[in-house]
Structures are given as structure tokens and as C-alpha cells.
Design a protein around this ligand. Structure first.
Ligand code: DCT
Ligand code: MG
Length: 411
């Protein structure tokens, strides 16, 4: 989850590649095919090869094959910078633009290509224009070399440190993680202490093979609680990513209330095996009568835990011997969520992400369908009823949306 804020990006690498401003390769430019039939003028700008791109991520298919990474990386730097100053409007504007560009089936070659496409405000267009004309955006360059941005980026890369805490430390004149840990006047909470303690490991990406090894551990332990328990990988790995900042799982037991006590039992087991490095357990506060929840950012009310577990390198299939030198284990961030089985489809859809895809599903439900969607339920405001769903497909049908596969939700 976002809680950890672990998507560490190597700033030096970023700065370098942005400076290099890698121009769009000519070969790639030729791959863009013009539609064989020229669209009618009223159907969109005549030069745009992409017509009918929706403003909603849930009406686009976005695979991991991002053909416009140069543009989307640049826009996401600006989005993040606005997030750091808690300027939500501009932040979402840049995130939406980046998300839309990720769905395009070919690289953008010129500003004409994207004229008339949704989610591109004047600020975004200016950045893109800059990149086409100069090879990089001066606005992005400025942010990347900004001391405040660089510092907040480092501080928020620690598990348990959000923009507010990072800003507080920055304003106190602190500039490095070393300064934070050696400043005795700084009070770290339990999560942040674990974040610093295991920083080296959990700031490294988790591989698919490591995620699979974690799944086997959790499966074995949860199987002791109930043989009927099902474990589903959610988050980035369900969307086909090769690496993630954590591993997210949904655990369910068929039968009403049967999931009660599941996660505390799993946590106890991990502890008794000596592989629990950190745990933050949150008891369920799920209450059907309090639904629907109107705030997107609000965490859901299911029983859940945020963990750091010790993963033995020998448990990871395909781990090279040379990668095993030194310590024989790696600390890995793991999130477990255990919704009641009748909420499973909503929880699965919500926890599969991407965050941008989830935002747009909810926005689409609200603005286009007069419905409220969250990780617990779908509520139809017109008829004042909750719409039931056993599968994700059911939810897409209720919303009148074509089904989008998890690997197409990388918005
Ligand atoms: N999620 C959400 N609302 C939030 C945070 C997260 O709906 N405020 C959903 C979307 C993704 C999912 O939960 C898991 O969150 P992360 O692990 O942060 O995202 P991820 O896509 O799995 O990214 P990563 O691969 O880096 O772990
Ligand atoms: Mg994740």
C-alpha cells in the first residue's frame, strides 16, 4: 500500500536520463500507423491517430508496455512534487495525464498527435512541448535538482514516513537519513523505527520469485488456520509486474465470519517461526450500516496487517548463488487483508490497483452512473440499493463497463 511510500527512484539515474532527454527514436516514429481512413473533422483532430481515448482509466486498457515512458516519467516527477506540497489538484492533473499517455498503443511523435486527447491541460501540454523541442523539460529539470524535492523523496522512501513528516524534518533543516537517525530529539514511531532498521532491504524492489516464496509461506501458515482459506496475490504482482515495493495478498475463508481471527493467527505463526520482523495489525471495523464510504483515500475497514517478514534466500526459486552472499535472508514488506467472503469481489478489485485505475473507477461510478464504489460495496444512489457481486466481472457489468483484465489496469 501507499503507507510505506517505498517506490524508491534513484534520483541520480532519473536526473541523468532526463538530462539526456533521450529523443524519440526514429524507428519508433515510423511504427506509428496513421488510420487508413481519415477521420471526419468533427470526430477529432484530423492528425490524431488515437480517437475515442476515454478520460477514465477504467475505460482504457493499460498494459505494462508503456510506449511513452519519457513523457510519463517527466509528468510523474511534477505530480510527485505537487504531492509533496499537498497540492492535490495539480498533482492529480499530472497523474491523470501520465496515466492517459500510458494507455496509448504507440509513442507520441509530436504535439499534433495528442491534440484533442483527454486529460491534457495547458501545463501538461507545455511540458510535453518542451520535451519535443528541447529534449527535456526545464520545469522537470528544476524539480529534479531542487533540494527540497530530493530530500522529501529520500525521506518518504522510508516505510512509515509520509509527506507531512518528511516536510517537518526538512523544515528543521535535516537533509539526510543519517541526520534523522542521529538526531536524538526526533521521535520515531514504531513503523518508522522498523522502516529505518530494514531500510536497505525494503528499499530494494521485491521480485516475482520473492513474492511467490512469500505466498508459499503465507499459504502454509494460513492453511493451519483453515484448510478452506484462499490466498490471492493482489497489487502490482496481480497486474503482471516483475517487481514491486511490497507483496499484497487477500485472504478469505468461505462462510460468514469465518475469517475472524485469521490474521492474528498468521502473525503468531510467523512470530513463532522467527520470521516476523514487524507487524501492524488492524482489527476489522467493517460495518455494512456505515456504507458507502465517500472518500477515496480512506483505507478500507477490513481486518488487515502491514508486515515485514524475513525471507530466507534459499526459499526463493532461481536465486543465484552469488546473490546469496552475506546474509542468507532479506526483509520484505507484506500486506495481508482478510475481508468477509461476501465482500471479496470488491476487496479484490480495490486492492488490485493501480491506484490511478481505482481512482477513475470510483470517479466514473460517481459521475457517469450516480453510484458509489469502494473496497466494500457498490451503491446505486438512483435506486438507493447495494448491488451484489461475486466476481470482479459482476462489478464491471453493474457499472456498464467492458471488463478490463488485471494486466490491463496498469494505469
Ligand atoms: N490502493 C488503494 N488505495 C490506496 C492505496 C492502495 O486502492 N490509498 C490499492 C491500489 C493498489 C493496491 O491497493 C496495493 O497498493 P500498493 O502496494 O501501494 O500498490 P502496487 O500497485 O502494488 O505497487 P507496488 O508494485 O509498488 O507494490
Ligand atoms: Mg504492492
Amino acid at each position: 500500500t501507499d503507507l510505506g511510500k517505498m517506490n524508491v527512484v534513484d534520483i541520480a539515474w532519473f536526473t541523468q536520463s532526463m538530462r539526456a532527454g533521450r529523443p524519440i527514436p526514429v524507428e519508433a516514429q515510423h511504427r506509428i500507423q496513421k488510420p487508413s481512413v481519415q477521420p471526419k473533422p468533427e470526430a477529432g483532430p484530423p492528425d490524431s491517430p488515437w480517437l475515442n481515448v476515454s478520460q477514465y482509466a477504467c475505460q482504457r486498457r493499460t498494459t505494462l508496455n508503456n510506449r511513452n515512458k519519457i513523457l510519463t516519467d517527466a509528468l510523474e516527477v511534477l505530480a510527485e512534487n505537487y504531492e509533496f506540497i499537498e497540492s492535490i489538484g495539480p498533482c492529480l492533473g499530472f497523474r491523470r495525464a501520465a496515466s492517459m499517455l500510458k494507455s496509448l498503443p504507440a509513442p507520441v511523435r509530436s504535439i499534433n498527435d495528442i491534440e484533442g486527447l483527454p486529460c491534457l491541460g495547458p501545463e501538461t501540454m507545455a511540458v510535453i512541448q518542451d520535451i519535443f523541442e528541447c529534449g527535456s523539460s526545464s520545469k522537470v529539470e528544476e524539480v529534479l535538482t531542487d533540494e527540497r524535492y530530493q530530500t522529501l523523496k529520500i525521506f518518504t522512501s522510508v516505510f512509515g514516513v509520509g509527506p507531512k513528516t518528511a516536510e517537518k524534518w526538512y523544515r528543521r533543516g535535516l537533509r539526510s537519513l543519517e541526520q534523522i537517525v542521529s538526531d536524538s530529539s526526533i521521535h520515531l514511531n514504531k513503523m518508522q523505527i522498523a522502516g529505518f532498521k530494514h531500510y536497505e532491504d525494503i528499499s530494494k524492489p521485491v521480485s516475482k520469485a520473492e513474492a511467490e516464496a512469500v505466498r508459499r509461506i503465507i499459504e502454509e501458515i494460513a492453511g493451519c488456520f483453515s484448510p478452506d482459506v484462499t490466498i490471492t496475490v493482489t497489487g502490482g504482482f496481480r497486474r503482471g509486474k516483475e517487481f514491486g515495493h511490497d507483496v499484497d495478498f487477500l485472504l478469505t475463508v468461505p462462510g460468514p465470519g469465518k475469517e475472524d481471527g485469521l490474521l492474528p493467527a498468521v502473525i503468531d505463526h510467523l512470530r513463532s517461526q522467527g520470521i516476523l520482523l514487524y507487524s501492524d495489525f488492524q482489527e476489522s471495523t467493517f460495518d455494512l450500516t456505515r456504507l458507502p464510504c465517500r472518500r477515496f483515500e480512506a483505507m478500507d475497514h477490513f481486518q488487515k496487517c502491514f508486515l515485514i517478514v524475513k525471507l530466507k534466500k534459499e526459499q526463493v526459486v532461481g536465486q543465484q548463488a552469488e546473490q546469496r552472499c552475506g546474509r542468507d535472508w532479506k526483509a520484505v514488506r507484506v500486506d495481508l487483508v482478510a475481508p468477509p467472503v461476501e465482500r471479496y469481489a470488491f476487496a479484490l478489485l480495490g486492492w488490485s490497483g493501480s491506484t490511478q485505475f481505482e481512482r477513475d473507477l470510483r470517479r466514473f461510478a460517481r459521475l457517469e452512473r450516480n453510484m458509489l464504489l469502494d473496497n466494500h460495496a457498490l451503491f446505486d444512489k438512483t435506486t438507493n440499493t447495494f448491488l451484489q457481486a461475486k466476481t470482479e466481472e459482476d462489478i464491471f457489468i453493474h457499472l456498464g463497463l467492458d471488463y478490463i483484465e488485471p494486466w490491463q489496469r496498469n494505469a
